[in-house]
Design a protein around this ligand. Structure first.
Ligand code: TNX
Length: 538
């Protein structure tokens, strides 16, 4: 009787929409391997359960999958750790022989993926890979880690009809195209940066940005927490930073700052989505807001007025005063203690008023302070001339393909995150008539955002020194969540594909066609985006 009921439900659903209108390869970022099987399409039955391996973090991914599917389908989708069944949705955390699931370290185990449709060793999927098997009776996602399972969930989400993004129930046939996807990232670091200093954005906005990152398998959120116009994180030992330094923003609005509880909420929301928060305290320049509260750190000891304009390069902490280093140690120590991730970003850009030798000494001491917190230091590529520190990472934001200082730092052991201004900067205008944004690095339309190769972009920086890619959004001209989304979408998925997909999949014609399918998804989900004319939106 149950079979009959299911057949009747399927027949009814068949009349609603053609089978599997989405192709198995219609995924952004492009998966490493896709093997469609048109005879194996799956339709989600109303009584499906989500079965998951008995592991708390895997179960949490299953709950997130159910939460994603329930609003549009209206199905109950109970999550259960009953033995993986041959029916419905299954998330399976499995280890290669001799390995404990969930313990695969980042960057290891990236051997070749097993051959076509062979259930190869899961360890080959590494710390973030997954395998998706769609058959007429079941959709199964297998991974060695919960992060891999979540990436598989994001793929599954894209394989369902766009109506799956609806916040309210929709009568549809919830079809998934049959076949196998085996997938894992090209680079371990794939991120975006949000400048919450020039304009302040509340916790809810940041959480929504994290959702957008997770959707495209990005795994780092860099928060630019401090700048001339505002200090946005409470520091217990220096209460004036948030209270005084956070009181305004570009244009003179009220600004704001995160309490420690706010910041913890952001970090834990991100962690659930396997996104690591990278906090940036920009030093020694970009510090006007700090100096308004603590003028003793200013070279002339005089408190500057709050700054609400958009010039750069005028402020700095006194590099020759020991009080500066006590301040830096307190701030970095507190931020490190609040941050579970391995990175601490010290900025280092545009300290135009600090002489080169004093600047290098400052950076070297700051790098040492970061090491003392147990974190790995990240800085804008201006820190390149300072001495090497173990594991240090340079974030390159230039606009040429050649930077001898960065190449030399790489020879000394630095790794690089690539954020080329003329491709990855999300604050650049799309076109001359884009209502907000800058153009100092040129116009960045979607094709330009997509049209570069992180593995060969920078002379003297080989692919194995490239930790990954990041798309920064500076917010001098960005004042609301809708404006954030307008600048992020559709360029963020381009950066995500460069960071995730094997180079051989790189193809503008394919990308723009696949990306086009996301317009209806964003629209249905109530997400703002720029309807870029280069994309054949349906
Ligand atoms: C340069 S990129 C800056 C920021 C500005 C941005 C505007 C970098 C490390 N520094 O201070 O917001 O240009 O595009």
């Amino acid at each position: 009787a149950a079979d009959l009921a299911r057949a009747a439900a399927r027949a009814a659903a068949d009349r609603l929409a053609p089978p599997a209108p989405v192709g198995l390869g219609d995924v952004v970022p492009a998966p490493e391997r896709v093997e469609p099987d048109p005879a194996a399409d799956f339709t989600l039955p109303a009584d499906a359960a989500v079965r998951v391996s008995p592991d708390p973090a895997a179960r949490d991914v299953a709950e997130q999958l159910a939460d994603l599917l329930r609003p549009a389908t209206g199905y109950p989708l109970p999550v259960t750790d009953a033995a993986p069944a041959a029916e419905g949705l299954a998330l399976q955390l499995s280890a290669a022989p001799g390995e404990t699931p969930g313990t695969v370290a980042a960057g290891v185990g990236l051997g070749p993926v097993a051959g076509p449709a062979t259930p190869g060793p899961v360890a080959a999927l590494g710390a973030e890979g997954y395998r998706l098997d769609v058959t007429p009776d079941a959709v199964r996602i297998t991974a060695a880690t919960p992060a891999g399972l979540l990436h598989g969930v994001q793929t599954l989400r894209q394989l369902l009809p766009p109506a799956i993004e609806s916040p309210a129930p929709v009568a549809a046939r919830w079809a998934v195209p049959g076949g196998v996807i085996v997938d894992r990232p090209r680079f371990p670091y794939r991120g975006a940066m949000l400048d919450v200093a020039r304009h302040f954005f509340g916790v809810a906005d940041v959480l929504r940005v994290i959702d957008h990152l997770a959707r495209y398998k990005l795994n780092h959120l860099h928060l630019h927490l401090t700048d001339d116009q505002g200090w946005r994180i409470a520091v217990d030992g220096w209460p004036g930073l948030a209270a005084v330094g956070g009181a305004t923003q570009v244009g003179g609005g009220p600004g704001g700052a995160y309490t420690r509880a706010d910041y913890r909420r952001i970090v834990s929301y991100a962690a659930r989505r396997h996104v690591t928060v990278v906090p940036e305290i920009d030093l020694p320049g970009h510090t006007n807001a700090a100096l308004t509260a603590y003028p003793q750190l200013a070279p002339d000891g005089v408190a500057p007025p709050p700054y609400t304009g958009t010039e750069v390069g005028f402020s700095y902490l006194d590099p020759d005063d020991e009080r500066t280093y006590a301040f830096v140690a307190d701030v970095l120590g507190e931020v490190a203690a609040l941050t579970p991730g391995p990175w601490l970003h010290i900025g280092g850009d545009e300290a135009f008023k600090v002489p080169a030798d004093a600047y290098a000494r400052f950076v070297e001491r700051a790098q040492g302070i970061v090491a003392g917190t147990g974190k790995t230091v990240v800085g804008w590529h201006q820190i390149a001339p300072a001495g090497h520190a173990d594991g240090r990472v340079l974030q390159w934001w230039g606009t040429t393909g050649d930077d001898p200082a960065t190449a030399e730092a790489v020879r000394r052991g630095a790794r690089v995150i690539l954020s080329p201004g003329n491709h990855a900067y999300l604050d650049m205008k799309y076109a001359p008539d884009t209502p907000i944004g800058h153009d100092w690095a040129g116009l960045v339309d979607v094709e330009r955002a997509y049209g570069w190769d992180p593995g060969t972009h920078l002379a003297g920086v080989p692919a194995d020194a490239v930790l990954g890619v990041e798309a920064p959004l500076w917010t001098e001209s960005v004042t609301s969540l809708a404006e954030i989304e307008f600048m992020l979408l559709p360029r963020l998925p381009a950066l995500a594909e460069l960071g995730w997909s094997p180079r051989r999949t790189h193809d503008w014609a394919s990308f723009r066609r696949r990306l086009a399918g996301h317009g209806p998804r964003w629209h249905t989900a109530g997400i703002t985006f720029h309807p870029a004319p280069e994309i054949p939106w349906p």
